[in-house]
Design a protein around this ligand. Structure first.
Ligand code: HEC
Ligand SMILES: [Cu+2]
Length: 327
């Protein structure tokens, strides 16, 4: 027991010592760290790696060296804090679970804003945790495979019309079915159903829109709308058309150029209003991309930022660019 405590202490002192020697920010015994925010092109978070023991306060003094930034911790309810140039904002954090946490910038400070991320390592004895891999891994889905719908509706399907059809859809409304099927696959399944033979193609698309609607909620969609505006619209566009202000400005940052971008064209953000592309993607596929990122395409990795629930809400929101009255 004592040995463990000592070990934790040593790690803390080493990290603190490193900061003291390198930057002169280590202040005495207490865990006070001055965290400088800079645009990623000139350094991002300095330092971008912090260590604290579980249940110990971590006192942060946040300041910006250039423009306004914001500070938030991924997967937590901690509200974002603005960081302004020339001002020191104090913030005390305490983590009750050991592990690695990500902090990130919440203000669009430039084209590489989303690269402003750092990690906090929380040391301590961890409780055995069962980590469930994301759904796309569980079902063996290749999220990088190109996809293009063969069948698309002649106009935007309406969840309301779908509900009014009063079909027996319960087999399609389970979250297992919904998450692992693209809207196109669901439509093909309905079209194959002989008891529905009398209905038009568009009516069956309305039924698909209704299945998608019943797998989300008003609350989830309104939270996702906010998350989308804050984190996605700058690339994917407010209307989802892939035409955000930073859509064609993704550039490698210093030192990363070769690794992240070699062999890759700069890919434009996905157009969520394109039915051929989106109706052929299952929720598991979209969630997978969201969690893992594009790996070199310019699509950031969001798995460390959002809770699982938030990722499913965002996925539901992305389909709302295809269906009427989903929210
Ligand atoms: C910095 C620009 C950028 C931001 C910010 C961004 N994306 Fe993307 N996203 C891209 C690019 C570029 C692609 C296309 C390349 C790819 O699929 O990897 C993409 C692709 C995707 C895809 C894959 C679609 C498919 O069919 O495979 C999803 C889903 C997605 N983004 C969701 C989001 C969501 C949700 C957010 C906000 C939380 C977001 N993106 C923020 C650039 C961005
Ligand atoms: Cu920033």
């Amino acid at each position: 027991m004592n040995e463990k405590l000592a070990l934790v202490f040593v790690i803390v002192v080493l990290v603190g010592g490193g900061i003291a020697i390198g930057f002169g920010w280590w202040q005495g015994q207490s865990n006070i760290v001055t965290l400088h925010a800079r645009m990623p092109e000139t350094g991002g978070w300095i330092p971008d790696n912090l260590t604290v023991a579980a249940n110990q306060p971590l006192d942060l003094r946040l300041t910006s060296d250039d423009v306004q930034h914001g500070f938030a911790i991924g997967q937590s309810d901690q509200p974002a804090v603005d960081i302004n140039p020339g001002v020191v904002t104090e913030l005390t954090l305490k983590f009750d679970q050991p592990g690695t946490y990500t902090y990130y910038c919440t203000r669009w400070c430039g084209v590489n804003h989303w690269r402003m991320r750092g990690t906090i390592t929380v040391t301590g004895e961890s409780v055995e945790q069962v980590v469930t891999p994301p759904l796309f891994v569980q079902i063996g889905l290749d999220i990088d495979a190109p996809h293009e719908a063969e069948f698309i509706p002649s106009s935007k399907p309406s969840a309301q019309n779908g509900e009014n059809l009063r079909f027996e859809l319960s087999a399609y409304q389970t979250s297992e079915y919904y998450r692992s099927h693209s809207p196109e696959q669901a439509w093909v399944d309905l079209r194959k159903d002989l008891t529905l033979a009398a209905y038009s193609d568009l009516q069956l698309w309305d039924a698909v829109a209704f299945i998608w609607q019943t797998n989300t909620s008003e609350d989830a969609l309104s939270e996702a709308e906010e998350l989308y505006a804050q984190n996605c619209a700058a690339c994917h566009g407010v209307s989802g058309a892939g035409d955000g202000v930073f859509s064609d400005q993704q550039v490698p940052v210093m030192g990363e150029a070769d690794e992240a971008f070699s062999g890759h064209e700069i890919v434009l953000p996905t157009d969520f209003t394109d039915p051929h592309h989106i109706l052929s993607a299952s929720p598991a596929a979209l969630q997978g991309k969201l969690i893992r990122g594009g790996m070199g395409t310019g699509m950031p990795m969001w798995g460390v930022i959002f809770t699982e629930e938030q990722t499913w809400s965002l996925v539901s929101y992305l389909y709302s660019f295809q269906f009427k009255e989903v929210h």
